[in-house]
Design a protein around this ligand. Sequence first.
Ligand SMILES: Cc1cc2nc3c(=O)[nH]c(=O)nc-3n(C[C@H](O)[C@H](O)[C@H](O)COP(=O)(O)O)c2cc1C
Ligand code: SF4
Ligand code: SF4
Length: 311
Amino acid sequence: MEKRIRAMYFTGTNTTAKVTASIAYKMWQQLAGGGNQADAGSPGGKASCGKAESIRYTKAENIDFSPREARDKAYAFDENDIVVFGTPVIAGRVPNVLLKFLDTLQGGNAMAVPVVLYGNRNFDDALIELRNILEARGFHTVAAAAFIGEHSFSKALAAGRPDAQDMKLADAFAAKAAAKVGRLIVENGGDNARIAVALSAAGPVAVAGEEPLRPYYKPRDRKGNFINILKVKPKLDREKCNGCGICVTACPMGSIQADTPGAVSGICIKCCGCVKKCPQGALYFDDAGYLYHKEELEIEYAARKEPSLFL
Ligand SMILES: Cc1cc2nc3c(=O)[nH]c(=O)nc-3n(C[C@H](O)[C@H](O)[C@H](O)COP(=O)(O)O)c2cc1C
Ligand code: SF4
Ligand code: SF4
């Protein structure tokens, strides 16, 4: 029997990609026996103990569902899949533009490790929401984590995170999650029906967050009035733009067209992928409410937070 391990993620500025891909890889390494027997797509090592000796662990290709077209495809998993599933935190929740897509996933009794990345304010109910979505789609959640990534809006808030310290914690978390998965498989003799019963009996992994889920976080100004940045989009400095088109592929909403690079024509979720990936620094925000909110966040949440791990 072959078990496939992969990361599946949405990411604007790559912090979610970095953490989830690393956790999936380290989990595979540990489950495959600590070696480097295989690369993505080729057979991994064998489980090394107990009755589950005939199980092979494969590092499957990661799925990046950030490009808009990637969310037009159907994704179905089965009980031989182990998926480290990541999204950024947006307004304290799972990005609402993803909900329709997430509702099309078919978990098929696969094991899942929900992971959220947040910009050092708070992950509020994002992790519990992601866990619940995955469970509702037929995954069994076995471990979960909230990591900190440089805030999309800022180069100062959680600057450079996830950093080396975070990645060390991600490795330790992956080792523990893999040990839990491995134990479960071995204890149930590698039998998928028995594993499914054990997973159902264990129930979803316990995580921080509230139910019912709280409303989306809304930024306020100094006077306590809500700041509405829904319609805010990056602007283009035409003098700086060289037409390279990096922003076209960077936009997860497909809102920058190839024939007018730099110009945002559709929905913008302010993920800042285009802004941070533009090699010319040609994209910027000038909305007063947005800039105020960014500065408030940088001041109020300057103190370093640490990842939260649930096993
Ligand atoms: C519109 C928007 C809202 C966000 N809301 C939150 C939030 O509520 N709490 C928080 O700590 N970070 C928040 N962030 C920051 C991101 O969660 C964080 O930077 C994350 O690492 C981005 O992941 P990515 O690099 O994979 O895109 C928000 C980012 C955006 C774009
Ligand atoms: S990434 Fe920057 S320089 Fe390249 S096309 Fe877009 S705005 Fe212009
Ligand atoms: S246009 Fe908006 S949604 Fe698209 S990459 Fe830029 S910030 Fe993200």
